[in-house]
Design a protein around this ligand. Structure first.
Ligand SMILES: [Cu+2]
Length: 67
């Protein structure tokens, strides 16, 4: 499945890199694309259960997703 999240705290290429790296370390996350202009992260994951870990990680690293 694929989900897109709006992450308002993304403001530069460093943020993009951090979010991408942290999310890609989560078990079940297959692919992450982060767009600096739209502040959106597109996350491909193996199952819906993975989403909780994605949201939790974003919260923990200071880039909470706006839902
Ligand atoms: Cu930044």
């Amino acid at each position: 499945m694929n989900k897109t999240y709006l992450i308002p705290n993304i403001h530069c290429q460093h943020c993009v890199h951090t979010v991408k790296m942290e999310l890609e370390e989560i078990a079940g996350v297959e692919k992450v694309d982060v767009d600096l202009n739209t502040k959106k992260a597109s996350v491909s994951m193996t199952s819906p259960e993975v989403e909780q870990a994605v949201l939790k990680t974003l919260q923990e690293i200071g880039y909470p997703a706006e839902i």
